[in-house]
Design a protein around this ligand. Structure first.
Ligand code: GDP
Ligand code: MG
Length: 162
């Protein structure tokens, strides 16, 4: 069985963009409107000669009342199926109530969890990531999924835990 990396987090933080960055191709659907990603989509990826699968998550309605529960349920599911969980937050927004709900689930994960601070498009924005330590998920890794900043370092961290 090929190892699985699950990408979780609330809508619009850049999960699908990060998946595409990991794949090195545009396969996961990126939208300015949250909610377009199907429930769970698996892709084949490789890095440093190692093959693994990446699972993009989503599938919630844009205005769903149960958004927090839906995102938390994806995190719950990832704990049962993935070998590494990457939880993505938007560093330009900071931790929201939904991010905190997901973190609450993942703090009791036995599966390794990597916290990604996405949308860190410039060095100047790196300072914004310090507040994300409050999620209790360890060190936030600054990444710009859109521009590729920090992506190689993140993949090295993922592989080290796989
Ligand atoms: P998802 O709902 O979490 O899968 O998020 P998407 O990947 O669909 O991205 C949501 C929006 O955030 C899109 O408009 C992306 O172009 C944008 N986005 C994603 N990653 C970055 C990034 O690193 N920097 C910036 N500035 N925007 C990003
Ligand atoms: Mg998506």
């Amino acid at each position: 069985r090929v190892s699985e990396v699950a990408i979780v987090g609330r809508p619009n933080v850049g999960k699908s963009t990060l998946v595409n960055r990991i794949l090195g191709r545009r396969e996961a659907v990126v939208e300015d409107i949250p909610g377009v990603t199907r429930d769970r989509v698996s892709y084949s990826a490789s890095w440093s000669g190692r093959r693994f699968s990446v699972v993009d998550t989503g599938g919630w309605e844009p205005d769903a009342k149960g958004l927090q529960q839906a995102v938390a349920a994806q995190a719950e599911r990832a704990m049962n199926t993935a070998d590494v969980i990457v939880v993505v937050v938007d560093a330009t927004v900071g931790a929201t109530a939904t991010d905190e709900a997901v973190a609450r689930v993942l703090r009791r994960s036995k599966t390794p969890v990597i916290l990604v601070a996405n949308k860190v498009d410039s060095e100047r924005l790196e300072a914004e990531t310090a507040s994300l330590w409050s999620l209790g998920l360890g060190e936030p890794y600054p990444v710009s999924a859109a521009h590729g900043r920090g992506a190689g370092d993140l993949l090295d961290v993922i592989l080290a835990k796989l």
